[in-house]
Each structure stands twice: as C-alpha cells, then as structure tokens.
Ligand binder design. Sequence first.
Ligand SMILES: Nc1ncnc2c1ncn2[C@@H]1O[C@H](COP(=O)(O)OP(=O)(O)O)[C@@H](O)[C@H]1O
Ligand SMILES: [Mg+2]
Length: 391
Amino acid sequence: MLLGSGELGKEFVIAVKRLGQYVIAVDSYNDAPAQQIADEREVINMLDGVELDRIVAKHKPDIIIPEIEAIRTERFYDYEKQNIQVVPSARAADFTMNRKAIRDLAAKELGLKTAKYEYANSLDELIAAIKVVGIPCVVKPLMSSSGKGQSVIKTDDSASLITSIQKAWEYAQAGKRGDYTEVIAEAFVKFNSEITLLTVTQKNGTTLFCPPIGHRQERGDYQESWQPADIHADYLKEAQAMAEKITKALTGAGIWGVEFFLADDGVYFSELSSRPHDTGMVTLAGTQNFSEFELHARAVLGLPIPEITLERIGASAVILADKEGIAPSYAGMERAMAYKQSDLRIFGKPVTRPYRRMAVALAYDKVGSNVDVVKQRAIEIAGMVKVSPSP
Ligand SMILES: Nc1ncnc2c1ncn2[C@@H]1O[C@H](COP(=O)(O)OP(=O)(O)O)[C@@H](O)[C@H]1O
Ligand SMILES: [Mg+2]
C-alpha cells in the first residue's frame, strides 16, 4: 500500500510491478500519477487516522510505503504491531514529518553538525530565538515541505527587523501543515553548494550510498539536479558517516534522501527524507545501475543490492505549470525529444496550478564528461515543453 501517489510514487510502482507486486495506491485526489498504474486505488485524507485505519483494515497490506510526509504517522506504530512492514519504519516516517524530531536527533543526540537553531511558539519567542541564532536566518514551520511557509530574514536594520520577523511568523502560520504553530529559526548557512546523498539501508544491516547529487532550489523546490556532484572526497566521507548514523538511528530498510550543505567551514546536515527524493529523479537518466526507485524496491522487499555503480553522468530539470487548469497538454515535445542523450517524463497529473511540477527533462553522457553541459541540455529541453491546460 503506497501512501501518496505522486510522480515519485509512480516510478516506484513501475519498479515494484516489474517485481510482480500487487499495489494499492492512495492519495487525497483521484487519478494521481501512481494510481494510474497501480492495481487498486483509494482516495482519502491521509491525515485522518480513522480513514487510514479503515483502508488498512480493508486491504490488509503486507507493506505500507509512505511517499509523502503529510500522513497521520502516529498510526504507523500500531500497524507495525499488527506485523505490517512500515517503510522504512514507523519511527523513521513519524520523525521525518516533524523538523523538530529530526533536528534534535541529529544535533543533540547524534552530534551531527547543523546550522544553529532555536524553536519558537509565538512571535515574541521568535524574536528571542532570532537574537540567539543571528541574522541572516531561515524561519520554517515545523511541519511543512517544498519550502512552504519558509522565509529568510536578512535585514539588520532594527526598525524593519520586527516587521520582517512578524511577516515570517505569519507566513509560517499560513504555510504550515496541520495545527502545529511552532516554528524553527535556523542560522543561514552560506553554502557553496548543497547535495542529496541517496542512502540505502538494507534488511541485512549494510548501508549503501549513491554517488552524490547536486541541486539548485528556488521557492523551496528543486529546479535542477545533477549527478555526480563535485565534492571533495573528505567531505563526501563525512556526509556518508553522518547519513549512516542518522538512518541507523531512525531504523528500517529503504532509500533515504539525506540533504547536506557544503560550506567553507565544512559539511552541514540539513534534513532527510525517509523515501525516494525528488532530486533523485536524475537517476531516471540511467546514471546508476539501479534508479532510486529500483533501489527502494529491492531494499523494501529485502532483495540483494550487490553494488551501486555510476553508469553515466546525468541531470534533470523540472517542467512546471504556470496556471490553474485541468487535463493539460504538452506542446513542444517534438523539439524536446529530438535531442540525443536525453529523455522526458510526463507525470500525468490531471490538474495544473502555478509552479506545480508536471514533468521532468533528463539528459546524460558518458562517465567523465562535463556535468555542466549535461545540466544545460536538461534545462534547454525543459524550457521547450509548455504545459497548457484545456481551455
Ligand atoms: N539554514 C539554511 N541556510 C541556508 N539555506 C537553507 C537553510 N535551510 C534551508 N535552506 C534552503 O531552503 C531549501 C529548503 O529547505 P529544507 O529545510 O530542505 O525544507 P523542505 O523540507 O521544504 O525541503 C534548502 O534546500 C536550502 O536551499
Ligand atoms: Mg529539503
């Protein structure tokens, strides 16, 4: 049972269907990408524990695979007691949906290097928190994803500072998920680059790492990702050690997207997903012997992953909608698909809205070639596809 049926879920369903699995795809709306290819579907509000219990009792799945964070994850502990495998584990899914749980585990319990941070439950507490972490800083709701409710406070002019803190507080309250008002204020890390380290934990206890993925974020969503990212061998080792520590502490088998900032003063742990990562869509360009979805499938099913190898270099660039509408068509595919060493994935989302990710352009070349060239090609291809909702 897949909880969340977006584009990452769709590729995961393709991977497990190839291994003969029977899939029930769940989402809050009908005809979500993964539902289009699953065996069965359910449309429910996954934050509603009663609804979740109802469909789990109805289908009696062997495995529950969360694809998103916005789920009543407290219920997962119960499902594990019923001998259902929760991926990667109830603990991991429950912790990763709340920034506080993850940040305290990383910084306080495991001693990983993170940006300085403080929590705040009110505007006054936020003003005090920002005094501690300093300016510039980033304010985020504890529960949110895709940059929702996040803002950066830059000004150090005392008159406008209070106004911008107030704005950040209100923005976080408007962008939060659920009824949790608490926010985190993090010192802004002046990073040179950021990476996702796809990490695979297996039932046999061995942890594997994919070659690091570089990415660029805008409005809290990734725009391009590329693999391998250029990172010093010592930094990579450090990141791998941190990823192993935190995934072990969260327990379970599956793929994780562990996010790091690379700065002049070292590697910072940022956050992690206990599921395939959007920036990992670059692996759909055949960069590895197994895509992140195939790796997840094997890890979840307890099947061997003898090794992870870099087969090509590659890049992905997102294709976004720019207005609200339904039943979109995609102009420019002929030109976009005429490129060599390139490909396109259209997710099949039935509804568009501004900035919604609808498709992804992929480009690749042989190992050792220039990643920037491949990235530029992916961006060029993405720019040719125009998402047009039905009139
Ligand atoms: N402390 C920080 N310093 C600098 N940039 C940050 C910081 N926190 C977040 N960002 C930027 O915002 C992006 C989204 O933040 P993240 O914490 O990963 O939220 P989300 O859960 O929405 O992905 C990051 O990938 C990074 O580019
Ligand atoms: Mg992130």
